[in-house]
Design a protein around this ligand. Structure first.
Ligand code: PMP
Length: 353
């Protein structure tokens, strides 16, 4: 080993879901939205003046911050934007989790949290979910360096009631509590109204799921202006120009089109509810999901086998082979047609085996 190897920051990176590229594939593996972005987004991209790209974008991302603030009836000083919620969450970890005490997040949750904790050398503990994959709020009532969890949780899709979130906030006045609401728009209750009441709460959301813009990379955090200022201080110490001109223009159009947003979210929720019925008929069990995916286990067929069989048909779902999630598949809700093709294959396959 070379001497300089000792000085290298070594990390085990997060593994993103596969992005296969087959024309006939049914892609239910990375919780993308099956519907295109709002028509205004596509228009603004077509009309974009490429000449302007020689100029830096607004480092404060003013137009997008304003559009988000208007949509959620907040002040512009209560909103922070970033390159997807991964960027926003990474900035939050770097800014707010700077204690010697461990931060807390569930054992089964978004698998980027422990990667950031390792990267930034933040100590952490992972209280286990209960048997039914629910977060036990009492596990978060002890001394810690900060709290973070998704609501609904990923990859389970399970929602935590707002009263329980409020109990966690009340028990943790001395640290920052981050609620990652990547999937909240598919029928769960948002903690956003609580930011007026709890100065230590940050709510993080994304344009990747409910606004069909995973390919654009836009996420945001809402909270007390003091927290937003600290976040901006760290951001400007890292990279001033996070949001490019295209993302700013597209993001504004996406958030402006409330009718399209409501319509596509409703369609996905309807398809999800029908999918729950179909999965049950086929012998799957799962906790109730309030997100755009269902985390399901089959009564007899191992998840690894199903994952492979589906893959051979170019039907992609997500499989996390290790530990308590090792016999589950995470199935993103696609269009009714995609779901029908998925179920048609399962009906045949499960009958045969
Ligand atoms: N939080 C959770 C719980 C997620 O599942 C994801 C999607 N991988 C993200 C945050 C990040 O999404 P994005 O960076 O696309 O906003």
């Amino acid at each position: 080993m070379k001497a300089w190897e000792n000085n290298i920051r070594k990390v085990t990176p997060y593994t993103p879901g596969e992005q296969p590229n087959q024309p006939d594939m049914i892609k239910l593996n990375t919780n993308e939205n099956p519907y295109p972005p709002a028509p205004g987004v596509q228009r603004v991209l077509r009309e974009m003046n490429g000449e302007l790209l020689r100029l830096y974008p607004d480092p404060a991302a003013g137009v997008l911050v304003k559009a988000i603030a208007d949509r959620y009836h907040l002040g512009e000083d209560q909103v922070f934007v970033g390159v997807g919620s991964d960027d926003v969450l990474a900035m939050c970890f770097l800014t707010f989790f700077n204690s010697k005490k461990p931060i807390l997040f569930p054992d089964i949750t978004y698998s980027f949290y422990d990667v950031w904790a390792e990267l930034f050398r933040i100590p952490y503990e992972r209280p286990p979910l209960d048997e039914g994959f629910h977060i036990r709020k009492e596990d978060y009532f002890r001394e810690n360096g900060g709290v973070v969890f998704p609501n609904p949780n990923a990859p389970t899709g399970v929602e935590m009631p707002l009263e329980d979130i409020e109990d966690i906030l009340k028990a943790n006045p001395d640290v920052i509590v981050i609620v990652d609401e990547a999937y909240v728009d598919f029928g769960a209750c948002s903690a956003l109204p609580l930011i007026e009441k709890y100065e230590n709460l940050l709510v993080v959301q994304t344009f990747s799921k409910s606004r069909s813009l995973a390919g654009m990379r836009i996420g945001f955090a809402c909270g007390n202006p003091v927290l937003i200022k600290y976040l901006n201080d760290v951001k400007y110490s890292f990279n001033s120009y996070t949001m490019d001109r295209t993302a700013l223009a597209a993001g504004v159009e996406a958030i402006k089109d409330e009718a399209y947003f409501q319509e596509t979210c409703s369609k996905i929720m309807e398809t999800r509810e029908r999918a729950k019925g179909e999965l049950k008929k086929l012998g799957f069990s799962f906790q109730d999901s309030k997100s755009n995916f269902i985390f399901a286990e089959h009564e007899s067929c191992p998840a690894a086998e199903l994952f492979q069989a589906l893959r051979e048909q170019h039907i992609y779902v997500r499989y996390f082979p290790k530990g308590r999630t090792g016999n589950h598949l995470r199935i993103t809700i696609g269009t009714p047609r995609e779901m029908e093709a998925f179920f048609a294959f399962l009906r045949k396959y499960l009958k045969k085996n």
